[in-house]
Structure formats: structure tokens, C-alpha cells
Design a protein around this ligand. Structure first.
Ligand code: NAP
Length: 230
């Protein structure tokens, strides 16, 4: 693998918005993309499809306590990670009334705790190198200002991811940009066929945040490259 200037880890890169983010970052030509998928075979296939500069890595986020170790091993094998895109997520279509406790626990594990575990594993290296970008894929459904409209387990996990974004931005300081983004309603397995946006359109603001200049914002929530209230 020829080393490019920066390395990005994109979770859930095998389909949907994650794949479009991986594709867009690679298209810049200066970023190696570790395209993470839950299944090793999906990771290999994704990297082969994305082409030069992509490396497939298996990363299951359902057990966050294993994620920190896996991420550290990945950085040791492929070199330091400069850009972390926490994209992978699950959406349990509950109404709240029949929400099982385990659904809330599982949603928080994948959507909130695993992203934190990845920050824990990779942010120290970013701090050492005095450069880093962390992008958390959130949702209007986890936004208090938009009424927390999603199914409860999903909404709570995304609201917590928003809170984590603020807390991490504060503790990592101005050189490591930590931002959250709502990609809009996007045609993916999660968004459904009726959504108005393509995955490439949904990936635009995450890619922009992943490569934002040193005087760019941190600790904010964006949609369409504009800050929006939490
Ligand atoms: N689509 C929308 O309209 C929309 C709107 C607002 C926010 N978002 C957010 O945007 C992000 C991407 O959504 P999407 O629409 O692209 O979703 P998607 O098509 O359902 O893809 C979800 C991705 O997450 C991965 N994933 C799920 N559970 C995992 C686990 N335990 N370990 C590792 N990977 C796991 C999936 O892997 P597998 O293929 O193995 O299942 C898949 O790659 C999510 O954070 C979502 O909440 C989406």
C-alpha cells in the first residue's frame, strides 16, 4: 500500500452513506481509507470495489469493549488514523411502548458507545500529531430542537452522540475538530427508497467536515454545511 498524506477510518463503509463517504474521501487522492465493515468478507469486497487507496478492515461495533482494542491493532497495522468517521448505526423501529431494554442497550452500544471507544483508541495519536478530524453521523431525529422525532432507542442514542460530540470537542482542544452531522433523509437501507437524497448527497457534509481546515469549527452540529441547533 502506498502511503498517502492522511488516513481515514470510516465505519459501516460497505453500503449507504458510509460507502459514499469512503468513495468521496478517496477521490481527493491524498487520503488512505480504512473501509470498515462488520463482516470481513464485506470489508474485502468494499475495498476492492472502491479501488486504489482503500483497505478493507473488519470492525463489529456491537461489543464496544472489543472496539478499542481492535482500533488500536488497526492503527498499529496500517499506521495512525487522522480522520475518524463514526458512520455505522442501527435503527430499531420501536414506538417506545414495546421498546425492549435490550434494544436500547444495543442501539447505545453501536450508535454511541462504540464511537466513543474509537475516539478513546485513536484520539491520543491525533493529539500527539496535533491534527485530527472526528465526524459523528447524527440525525435530526436525535435533535431536541427538531423534537426528537425518531423511534426512541435511535433518538436517545443520537442525542447522546450529540452530547458526546460536545464533550469530546471540549476535551480534545482546538486542533482536533469533533463535529456531528445530520446527512438529511437519504436513500439507503435505513432511509428507504422514498428518501429524496442520494448517498453521495448525504455524504457531502460529512466529507467536508472530515477535511475541514485548521480554522474550521469544532463541537457543532451541521446539515448542508451549515451549523444547526442541537
Ligand atoms: N439514511 C438516512 O436517511 C439517515 C438520516 C439521518 C441520519 N443517518 C445516519 O447516517 C449514518 C449512515 O446511515 P445509512 O442510511 O447509510 O445506514 P445503512 O444503509 O443502514 O448502513 C448502516 C451501516 O452501519 C453498519 N452497521 C450496523 N450495525 C453495525 C455493527 N454492529 N458493527 C459494524 N457496523 C454496523 C451496517 O453494516 P451491515 O451492512 O453489516 O449491516 C452498514 O454498513 C447512520 O449513522 C445513520 O444514523 C441516516
Amino acid at each position: 500500500m502506498t502511503r498517502r498524506d492522511r488516513t481515514a477510518l470510516v465505519t459501516g463503509a460497505n453500503r449507504g452513506i458510509g460507502r459514499a463517504i469512503a468513495k468521496g474521501l478517496l477521490a481527493r487522492g491524498d487520503i488512505t481509507v480504512l473501509a470498515a465493515a462488520r463482516q470481513a468478507a464485506d470489508a474485502r469486497e468494499t475495498a476492492a470495489g472502491l479501488g486504489s487507496g482503500a483497505v478493507g478492515v473488519a470492525l463489529d461495533l456491537s461489543e464496544p469493549e472489543k472496539v478499542e482494542v481492535a482500533a488500536a491493532a488497526m492503527a498499529a497495522e496500517y499506521g495512525p488514523v487522522d480522520i475518524l468517521v463514526n458512520n455505522a448505526a442501527v435503527l430499531v423501529p420501536d414506538t417506545g411502548l414495546e421498546l425492549d431494554t435490550i434494544d436500547l442497550v444495543d442501539s447505545l452500544a453501536v450508535n454511541t458507545v462504540a464511537p466513543f471507544a474509537l475516539v478513546r483508541a485513536l484520539a491520543p495519536g491525533m493529539l500527539e500529531r496535533r491534527w485530527g478530524r472526528i465526524v459523528n453521523l447524527s440525525s435530526g431525529w436525535g435533535s431536541f430542537s427538531e423534537g426528537m422525532g425518531g423511534p426512541p432507542a435511535y433518538a436517545v442514542s443520537k442525542a447522546a452522540l450529540n452530547a458526546l460530540t460536545v464533550a469530546m470537542a471540549r476535551s480534545l482542544g482546538p486542533r482536533i475538530k469533533v463535529n456531528a452531522v445530520c446527512p438529511g433523509w437519504v436513500q439507503t437501507r435505513m432511509g428507504g427508497a422514498g428518501a429524496p437524497r442520494t448517498p453521495d448527497e448525504g455524504a457531502d457534509t460529512p466529507i467536508w467536515l472530515a477535511t475541514i481546515p485548521d480554522d474550521g469549527p469544532t463541537g457543532q452540529l451541521f446539515r448542508d454545511r451549515r451549523p444547526i441547533p442541537w
